[in-house]
Write a protein that binds this ligand. Structure first.
Ligand SMILES: Cc1ncc(COP(=O)(O)O)c(C=O)c1O
Length: 436
C-alpha cells in the first residue's frame, strides 16, 4: 500500500484511509451557481416537497456521539427512493436540448403543453437499473406522455420490476446479465432503436446526461444544509454516503463541500464488501477507476455495481477520507436499528441500500475490534454525523425477513438492543413502507 492510502481495518468489514484528502475546490458543475436551475426544476415537479431531516438523539447518546441526523429520502416524489431527483432533472434537460428550448426559461409544466407533447410523440426513454433509477425514469417519461424501456440485471426482484411498470408506460425486462453488462445492453438498445438513453453512470463519450443526473441528486444536499442549520445550528463533522457507481455520493459530496468550504466534514464512503468498486479502485493506487475483479452477490441491490462512474470517481478519490467495504449484515443491522428506534427517536423505514451507512456507523461505534478505527475517524461525543436513507421498503419480502425475522445477524455482540433484538417501540409491518 502507498503513502497515500492505508488500511485502517482488516477483516470482513474493511476500511481504507486516504491520506491525501483535498479540501476543494470542487468542479464547477457541482458549485451553487450551476445548481440554481436544478432546484427550480424540482420545485416545478408534481409531488415536490423537501424530505425530512430526522434527528436521532436517543441513538446518538447510546453510541456516544454528539448527534446523528438522517436525511430520509424514502418519500421523495412518492417513488420510495432519492433516484427521481436525478432522472427527472436529466429528462428535463435532455428534452429541452432536443426541442431547442432554453432550460433557464422553461419549466416542467411548459414541457407538458400540447405543442411540445406532439414534438415528443414516439420518444422512448431507455435505461438499465437495479430498481430505483428505472422507476424514476419511467415516472419522468410518463409525465411527458412518453414510454420507457427498462432493463434490469439477473436476480432483480419482481416487486421492483412491478414498481417500475406502475410508475409509467414502461416495458421492463429482467436480463440474465450483471448490472454493468445490463447498462451496456441498454446503451446498445437505445442506439439501435433510436431511444433516448438516460443512464446514471458515464463512460467516454456519454457524460452529459449522467452529469445532469448527478446535479439532480444535489437537491437533497442543499435541503440538508438548510435543515442542519435550522435544526442543529452547526455543520456536520462526518458524512457517511453509500455508493453503487458513486454518482450520488460524488454529487452530494461535491455540493456539501462547496457549502461547507470553511469547515469541510469528513466523508466516509460505504459499499457492499462483495462489490466495492470505489474501495477496490483505491487499492490499485493508480488514480483510475477499476471494475471489481470478482463481483459477488449482496442484499444491497442499489449498491450492486461493479464499475465506478468516471465523472464522480475523481471527487470520491480526492475528497473522501474513509472507504468502508461492508458485509450484508451491516445493512441488515442498520435497517433494524432504524425500524425499532431507541427512546423517543422516530422510526425510519429503510431498505438495504438506504440503511447501509447507519449500519456502518453502528458497527464502528459498538464493535470492540473497530475501536482503533473509530478513534482514528474522530467518532466521539463531539461528532455530528449526517447520513442519507436513500430508499424505503422497496422489497417488502426481504424487508420482512430482515426486520421481522432477524435475517443476516451481525457477529458483533456489542450492538444496542434496538438492532433487531427487540425494544419497546412498535414493530413495523412489512409493506407499510411508503405510507409511513
Ligand atoms: C437506494 C439506493 N441507494 C444508493 C444508490 C447508489 O447510487 P450510485 O449508484 O449513484 O452510487 C442507489 C443506486 O441505484 C440506490 O438505488
Amino acid at each position: 500500500m502507498s503513502s497515500r492510502i492505508s488500511c485502517l481495518q482488516q477483516g470482513p468489514l474493511h476500511i481504507l484511509e486516504n491520506h491525501a484528502v483535498r479540501r476543494g475546490p470542487v468542479p464547477d458543475f457541482l458549485r451553487q451557481p450551476a445548481l440554481e436551475g436544478v432546484q427550480a426544476v424540482h420545485a416545478g415537479m408534481p409531488g415536490h416537497a423537501p424530505t425530512p431531516l430526522v434527528s436521532l438523539p436517543g441513538l446518538s447518546r447510546a453510541l456516544g456521539l454528539g448527534g446523528i441526523c438522517i436525511k430520509d429520502e424514502s418519500s421523495r416524489f412518492g417513488l420510495g427512493a432519492f433516484k427521481g431527483l436525478g432522472s427527472c432533472y436529466a429528462v428535463f434537460r435532455a428534452v429541452c436540448q432536443r426541442l431547442g428550448l432554453d432550460p433557464a426559461r422553461t419549466t416542467p409544466a411548459d414541457l407538458r403543453r400540447p405543442c411540445h407533447a406532439r414534438q415528443l410523440e414516439g420518444t422512448v426513454f431507455v435505461t438499465a437499473t437495479d430498481g430505483n433509477h428505472g422507476r424514476g425514469v419511467a415516472w419522468a417519461a410518463a409525465m411527458l406522455g412518453c414510454a420507457a424501456e427498462v432493463y434490469m440485471p439477473a436476480g432483480s426482484a419482481e416487486v421492483r420490476a412491478r414498481a417500475i411498470r406502475e410508475a409509467g408506460r414502461a416495458s421492463v425486462t429482467i436480463t440474465d446479465l450483471s448490472y454493468d453488462d445490463t447498462v451496456r445492453l441498454a446503451a446498445r438498445m437505445a442506439r439501435e432503436r433510436g431511444g433516448l438513453l438516460v443512464q446514471d453512470t458515464s463512460w467516454p463519450g456519454y457524460e452529459q446526461i449522467p452529469a445532469w443526473i448527478v446535479q439532480g441528486y444535489t437537491t437533497l444536499a442543499v435541503e440538508a444544509v438548510r435543515q442542519m442549520a435550522a435544526q442543529t445550528g452547526r455543520p456536520p463533522s462526518h458524512v457517511f454516503l453509500q455508493a453503487g457507481v458513486g454518482a450520488m455520493a460524488g454529487g452530494v459530496l461535491g455540493c456539501l463541500l462547496d457549502h461547507y468550504a470553511h469547515r469541510p466534514p469528513q466523508f466516509v464512503i460505504v459499499e457492499p464488501a462483495s462489490v466495492a468498486c470505489i474501495h477496490d479502485s483505491l487499492l490499485w493506487d493508480d488514480g483510475l477507476p477499476h471494475a471489481v475483479a470478482q463481483p459477488g452477490p449482496t442484499i444491497m441491490a442499489g449498491l450492486n455495481c461493479g464499475e465506478p462512474c468516471p465523472i464522480t470517481w475523481p471527487l470520491l478519490r480526492d475528497f473522501a477520507r474513509f472507504f468502508m467495504a461492508c458485509p450484508d449484515y451491516v445493512a441488515a443491522e442498520g435497517m433494524r436499528a432504524l425500524a425499532r428506534p431507541l427512546g423517543t427517536d422516530r422510526a425510519i423505514i429503510a431498505g438495504e441500500s438506504g440503511a447501509a451507512p447507519l449500519g456502518a456507523l453502528l458497527h464502528l461505534m459498538c464493535c470492540p475490534e473497530l475501536e482503533a478505527a473509530r478513534h482514528r475517524m474522530g467518532l466521539d461525543e463531539q461528532a455530528l454525523v449526517l447520513l442519507v436513507n436513500t430508499e424505503g421498503n422497496t422489497d417488502p419480502a426481504l424487508y420482512a425477513q430482515i426486520v421481522e425475522q432477524g435475517a443476516f445477524p451481525s457477529p458483533c455482540s456489542g450492538l444496542p438492543p434496538a438492532s433487531g433484538r427487540g425494544n419497546d417501540a412498535p414493530a413495523v409491518q412489512a409493506g407499510e413502507q411508503e405510507q409511513a
